[in-house]
Write a protein that binds this ligand. Structure first.
Ligand code: PHE
Length: 496
């Protein structure tokens, strides 16, 4: 095709890509592609863009070309002694239009039946000229110039033609015009370097506007995209990621270490998945376990405890972790065991499991985003301040806090934000200052407080990607095309 373009130019001196495509009955885009590849050779050709306004025939017009216009068809079928109007109407789908048109052209006349029966249609002229058909033929032949605008307008109104705009190119010879196209090199090879042949070669310039090929696999799920973004926010705020690579947790770390009473309803089989194999966890730090037992049964650290028997058998039960706060407990325990305390900021984003019935907003497994800050003399005010900055990085500015209850935090606050779409305040997280009953047995110093918060990853993801039913995001009903098509996630506040 490159050659055809150059040879046509050499013979005629100029060409238009669209006209050439018509002449050769070739695809216009293929000619434009070839023209662009010649253009990239340097100054072989000069190109200017030209917009061509074209009329194309609709299916109906194509039909008129082969069968005649509706008005002509009606005219043709009328017998010399007249035809019944009713029978004409049933001849073909647009017969009524044809009759009206033929009437207005003065080709026919209708005679009402004096006895009240069906009117009869008679020919009024001996001969007709099917102008509609001939003008449609003219358009097909590209002879639009001779057709008055009013006629074109009428044909468009009759849905016989449509306007299309074609971007074509006028091409003329360039300063370095030649019909000898040497293919430009696309790669510098070791041989070219060794033989010095690269000096004579012409190299194809890079096209920085071309789009990359869409990878056919390996797309990240939207949840993972949002996770990467949230993870980045925590890292930028100086947080360290906690190891959350255990879906199975002992009740001890999941509940007891968090001062959650053994009779707590959340520990019920209704809310928690218990494991049958291995049913029980075996290893616990003994010293610490005794302290946990004591704080549950009789208190300490100015607490009176739950004053009921604490059973190791209950603490040993393995569960699918119901939150990642068990991991926070393990990390805080480790911190308490260090010789010298040093402030930390931890985060994690990972899966948790709850024995819930699944609906549009609930799943039995979801992701929890968790943050923990342990420092000297931090307070509820510090927590509020940290939450403001954390959520503002997520693009959420309007926060409200509501007192809440968690067995392991006091005070505890649910976090709300105003949802512009729903026009109401919606809960987006839970937070609090960890209780002395939880952190003191771990060995953390007296003037150290620990702040924590948690939220689901699914909710911001659904908001970000406009997904209303969580089952369209996770699970067996997910449309994989959704995963393929979802753009990368940039949270609004981070778009600077
Ligand atoms: N574990 C809490 C939840 O599952 C979140 C939380 C973490 C609350 C830390 C307070 C402190 O909702």
């Amino acid at each position: 095709m490159d050659k055809t373009i150059l040879e046509t130019l050499s013979n005629k001196g100029e060409l238009n890509t669209y006209d050439l495509s018509q002449e050769l009955s070739a695809d216009h885009q293929a000619i434009v592609g070839a023209m662009k590849s010649v253009q990239s050779l340097g100054e072989v050709i000069c190109v200017t863009q030209k917009q061509i306004n074209l009329w194309v025939l609709t299916k109906e017009a194509e039909e008129i070309l082969s069968n005649g216009s509706y008005e002509a068809r009606i005219y043709e079928v009328i017998s010399d002694d007249g035809s019944s109007q009713k029978s004409l109407m049933n001849l073909f789908p647009n017969a009524r239009i044809g009759l009206n048109k033929a009437m207005s052209l003065g080709w026919l006349r209708i005679e009402k039946n004096s006895t009240g029966g069906d009117p009869k249609v008679f020919k009024k002229v001996d001969e007709i000229e099917d102008r509609t058909k001939s003008v449609v033929q003219k358009i097909k032949d590209g002879k639009v110039k001779d057709i008055p605008d009013a006629t074109l307008k009428e044909l468009k109104k009759r849905k016989l033609i449509n306007a299309v705009i074609i971007k074509s190119f006028d091409v003329t010879k360039g300063p370095h015009f030649t019909t000898e196209v040497t293919k430009m090199e696309t790669e510098l090879s070791p041989e070219m370097l060794a033989t010095n042949s690269w000096k004579e070669k012409k190299f194809k310039p890079y096209n920085f506007d071309s789009l990359g090929i869409m990878p056919s696999s390996g797309h990240l799920h939207p949840l993972m995209k949002v996770r990467a973004e949230v993870c980045q926010i925590f890292l930028e705020m100086g947080f360290t990621e906690m190891p959350t690579n255990n879906y199975v947790e002992s009740s001890f770390w999941n509940f007891d270490a968090l001062f959650q009473p053994q009779q707590h309803p959340a520990r019920d089989a209704q809310d928690t998945f218990f494991l049958s194999d291995p049913e029980n966890a075996r290893e616990f730090p003994t010293d610490y376990l005794e302290k946990v037992q004591k704080v549950h049964e009789s208190g300490g650290y100015r607490s009176i405890g739950y004053r009921s028997e604490w059973k190791l058998s209950e603490a040993r039960k393995n569960v699918l972790r119901t939150h990642t706060t068990g991991v926070s407990a393990r990390m805080l325990y480790k911190l308490g065991q260090m010789e010298k305390f040093k402030p930390v900021k931890y985060f994690s984003i990972d899966k948790v499991f709850r024995n819930e019935s699944v609906d549009a907003t609930h799943l039995a497994e979801f992701h929890q985003v968790e943050g923990v800050v342990a420092d000297y003399d931090v307070s509820l005010a510090s927590l509020i301040s940290i939450l403001y900055s954390f959520f503002s990085y997520l693009g959420i500015k309007n926060l409200r806090f509501k007192p809440a209850y968690n067995p392991y935090t006091e005070p505890s606050m649910e976090i709300f934000t105003f949802h512009e779409g729903l026009k109401k305040w919606v809960e987006i997280g839970n937070s609090g200052v960890f209780r002395p009953e939880m952190i003191k047995p771990m060995g953390l110093p007296d003037n150290v407080n620990v702040l924590g918060w948690g939220l689901s990853l699914e909710r911001p993801t659904m908001v970000r990607y406009g997904i209303n039913d969580i089952r369209d995001l996770v699970g067996h009903k997910v449309n994989l095309q959704m995963v393929y098509d979802s753009p990368i996630c940039r949270l609004d506040s981070r778009l600077y």
